[in-house]
Design a protein around this ligand. Structure first.
Ligand code: SF4
Length: 374
């Protein structure tokens, strides 16, 4: 299928995409999760480059973070300390979980100021008017910092265009995910993940074009999901090959996801407003289904139940990123809600540095058998 191999290559080797952009003379800005105002980077003519950690061993980062901090932060800092991200023009670091709060300072100590940090603060009370105003004020500050780095102004016009590019990409992600859900023979869990993840390392307009093409091709094919067990995934990320292999091996298909790295951000468009910054701040107050954003009443659980019911899923996989406090806190209320709705949920703890998935393998196999027998 057209573009699949290309997207897999990008996803498996983001370094090549990074070096390619630098070689072409483009400035690249690192973007850490979650929900940074990437549109500002795009509108400045630079490439936003996702930094979601890597499947590497963390050693030097342990001088700055204790061992019980998630692998996203450890491995991203490790890459920085090793000089692998020296060509970044800046790194955007949000401060939306306790561990991320220490990332900026650790970056400055461990990496130095060759890659300046842009701190991204959001209002905790993100849904009230004052919260939206605060987030907008932070985005305006970041706009100025990015203008200095890019060496050019970020006009409202360029920003409005960037907002459109990102909104179209979000729509394309959801359409692809829906088409993939009925075509597991053509799009395995591993392929689905790679296709979605590649977007973090490339021009979003190009990613959209590729997603649309793949979705169109899939839509022209008959569904291939007969005999597959539909599941919905939830968590921060679920891109470890060993874990995805288990989903494929157990004939499961991801009917939908509530994964921060995949569809969570895609579900919420940026409203088109006269002042694009206000629209971007408003989007942040509208996003649902993520443990790092203040979620009074745990709407995440309600959303998860609806996603599973709408997708006709037999069960839910709670993909818990090891040492992630926000996810650990969410697990109990979310489990209560899925239990009340009668939807079985399995928690699987994963880590980017994991090599052995034997424990997850047995748990997933038993879960699949139990779901098939229901
Ligand atoms: S939310 Fe969890 S996985 Fe993400 S940076 Fe914070 S601790 Fe790590």
């Amino acid at each position: 299928m057209k573009y699949i191999d290309e997207l897999k290559n990008i996803s498996e080797n983001p370094r090549a995409a990074f070096e390619g952009a630098i070689a072409s003379g483009k400035k690249v800005v690192g973007v850490m999760p979650y929900f940074c105002p990437e549109e500002l980077v795009y509108a400045a003519g630079m490439l936003p480059f996702g930094l979601w950690g890597a499947a590497i061993q963390a050693n030097d980062s342990k001088r700055y973070f204790p061992a019980f901090i998630c692998s996203i932060l450890h491995t991203t800092l490790e890459m920085g300390i090793k000089g692998q991200l020296d060509d970044l023009s800046a790194i955007m670091i949000p401060i939306c979980c306790d561990s991320l709060k220490g990332m900026g300072a650790n970056w400055e100590y461990g990496v130095g100021n060759k890659v300046p940090v842009i701190n991204v603060a959001y209002a905790q009370n993100r849904k009230i008017e004052a919260g939206v105003g605060f987030t907008a004020s932070q985005f305006r500050k970041i706009r100025k910092q990015l203008e200095e780095i890019a060496g050019n102004e970020i006009t409202d016009d360029a920003l409005a265009k960037a907002v459109t590019v990102y909104n179209e990409n979000r729509d394309a992600i959801l359409c692809f995910s829906k088409a993939a859900a009925t075509h597991p023979k053509e799009i395995s869990a591993q392929t689905r993940s790679a296709v979605l993840k590649a977007g973090y390392f490339m021009d979003r307009a190009k990613h959209t074009e590729m997603l649309r093409e793949i979705t169109e091709e899939l839509s022209a094919l008959p569904a291939s999901d007969e005999g597959y067990l539909k599941i919905v995934t939830t968590g921060i990320l679920a891109d470890m090959l060993g874990f995805l292999e288990l989903i494929d091996k157990n004939n499961m298909v991801i009917a939908d996801d509530q994964i921060a790295q995949e569809s969570v951000g895609a579900r919420t468009q940026t409203p088109v407003t006269e002042d694009p910054i206000l629209g971007m701040a408003q989007r942040l107050s509208d996003i649902e289904g993520c443990s790092v954003l203040y979620d009074l009443g745990k709407f995440r659980g309600k959303q998860l139940v609806s996603l599973a019911q709408e997708a006709g899923a037999a069960g839910i996989l709670f993909v818990l990123t090891k040492f992630c406090d926000p996810e650990e806190y969410d697990y109990v209320p979310v489990k209560r809600m899925t239990d009340a709705a009668g939807i079985p949920m399995l928690q699987v703890e994963i880590d980017q540095q994991m090599k052995n998935f034997a424990q997850a393998e047995s748990a997933l196999q038993a879960f699949a058998e139990m779901l098939r027998e229901r």
